[in-house]
Write a protein that binds this ligand. Structure first.
Ligand code: NDP
Length: 465
């Protein structure tokens, strides 16, 4: 009789867990996976995919408006939120089915139940506490929204609920200044909701390049999103069909909905982790080594529950690397450098490599190239929107060390730029690349003039002629 029921038991059917299960099974392991909600995890069920579908929906307003400059006239467009949500739900159900089919094809046993650790090789499953054993256990339970303890915060929604609102509110107040807050501000604004963003710091999207943050803020303000910085919510009171929000300076705002997007925390509670000796770090993140192994030799963890780089493609890579290492006899560790990232605001931003303030600190001679221009389309659409690009170059080696984009398709540009950075492309390589005209991305290979900071003006001195 086999020593264990399974070679591998995966807790969590999201991007990282499913990839690990399929690859391990492909290496010949006997694998099971437990998921208590829906296969697909945050990304498929209530994250990246449905979010991007809502972003597309919100951008049609621009298309309708821009069409006029190109000679089109349209009847006043009407939008129906329930139709969008029903179509989005159908697509998510289809994707969930694909996840299930992929696991079944690979021969992975699927348990639709919550799994908890009983000891380093044993799991209890579901309400009946059925015991299952495995040689190796992978925790891939992801994260969940964190809502600060503010009086009345129970009246607020998070991104989880935003995907299932029965109706669009007339107005919304979104708390936070990170990815989710900014993306949902764009979604609601584009769909005609009066949108306010409340952020505790001086400028949204901390960590991104300063100028990208400045220019995006400017574009969002132009679109009518009210961005209130250096402000925090002190209390939320429910009225009839609306909410009264009191800010920490005592001012009050009335709104149709309050949404918190104030970061996500690892889902590591009540899994029995600490009892079996798995070490947890800040915010409850599972501490792992470069091969995703925890402090207990038979237990590994990948994805958001480890709070390394909380992005879907990173979780997938970590899951794949784990399976190759443990079951494929090929040790692989994931490189967490040069991870491209994008915020799907409207307009969107994307970045790979270092922001300027960090590049300045690391490279003694940093060359900066910038372009800010009106996209060709807007010469006829009349839309007042500027695209922005910035290249950061190590002046000594000539290597590109950071690329930052704001504007249509910034995320697509960022993915391509990430390949260039990965292979160590230099500014000379970019310059030698033929431009593709007319595109926005040709700016990348035609930026010739280094940006020079304008001389600081002395008080009383007159500006030029
Ligand atoms: P982020 O960490 O991006 O942003 C959280 C925001 O909430 C920050 O502005 C933060 O402020 C603020 N905040 C945190 N705690 C409090 C508090 N107690 N009171 C008030 N404000 C607070 O988290 P998100 O929830 O937006 O997203 C979670 C993660 O999911 C992201 O970091 C990203 O890894 C991933 N994600 C990626 C997306 C993409 O790739 N496009 C899209 C959505 C999510 P401060 O800056 O001052 O800390």
């Amino acid at each position: 009789m086999a020593e264990f029921d399974f070679d591998l038991f995966v807790i969590g059917g999201g991007s990282g867990g499913v990839r690990a299960a399929r690859i391990a099974a492909g290496h010949g392991a006997k694998v099971a996976i437990a998921e208590e909600y829906r296969l697909g995890g945050t990304c498929v069920i209530r994250g990246c995919v449905p979010k991007k579908l809502l972003v597309y929906a919100s951008r049609f307003r621009d298309e309708f408006e821009d069409a006029a400059g190109f000679g089109w006239s349209l009847a006043k467009p009407a939008f129906d939120w329930p139709t969008l949500i029903a179509n989005k739900d159908a697509e998510i159900a289809r994707l969930e089915g694909l996840y299930r089919a992929g696991l079944e094809r690979a021969g992975v046993a699927i348990y639709e139940a919550r799994a908890e650790l009983a000891d380093p090789h044993t799991l209890s499953l579901g309400a009946g506490q059925r015991k299952i054993t495995a040689r190796t256990i992978l925790v891939a339970t992801g994260g969940r929204p964190m809502v600060p303890q503010v009086p009345g915060a129970n009246h607020a929604i998070t991104s989880n609920e935003a995907f299932h609102l029965e109706a669009l509110p007339k107005s919304i107040l979104i708390v936070g200044g990170g990815y989710i807050a900014v993306e949902f501000a764009g979604i609601f604004n584009g769909l005609g909701v009066d949108t306010t963003l409340i952020y505790r710091g001086p400028k949204i999207l901390r960590g991104f390049d300063e100028e990208l943050r400045d220019h995006l803020t400017e574009e969002l303000l132009k679109r009518g999103i009210d961005i209130v910085c250096n402000a925090e919510v002190a209390a939320i009171d429910k009225g009839w069909g609306h909410y009264h929000v009191t800010l920490s300076d005592g001012s009050k705002v009335e709104t149709g909905k309050v949404m918190y997007a104030t970061s996500r925390v690892p889902n590591s509670q009540a899994l029995g982790l600490e009892a079996v000796g798995v070490e947890l770090g800040e915010k409850g993140a599972i501490i792992v080594d470069k091969f995703s192994r925890t402090s207990v030799a038979s237990i590994y963890a990948v994805g958001d529950v480890t709070n390394r780089v909380n992005l879907t493609p990173v979780a997938i890579r970590e899951g794949h690397a784990f399976a190759d290492t443990v079951f494929g006899n090929r040790p692989v560790c994931v490189d967490h450098e040069l991870v491209p990232t994008a915020v799907f605001a409207t307009p969107e931003i994307g970045a790979v490599g270092l922001p300027e303030h960090l590049a300045q600190a690391r490279y003694p001679k940093l060359d900066v190239y910038k372009a800010r221009f009106r996209p060709l389309k807007h010469t006829l659409s009349g839309r007042d929107e500027r695209m922005f690009m910035k290249l950061l170059v190590d002046g000594e080696s000539g290597r590109i060390v950071g690329c930052h984009f704001l504007g249509p398709d910034a995320a697509e540009l960022t993915q391509m730029a990430a390949i260039a950075l990965r292979v160590g492309a230099t500014k000379a390589d970019f310059d030698a690349t033929m431009a593709l005209h007319p595109t926005a991305s040709e700016e990348l290979v035609t930026m010739r003039e280094k940006w020079v900071a304008p001389p600081k003006r002395v008080a009383g001195e007159k500006a030029g002629p």
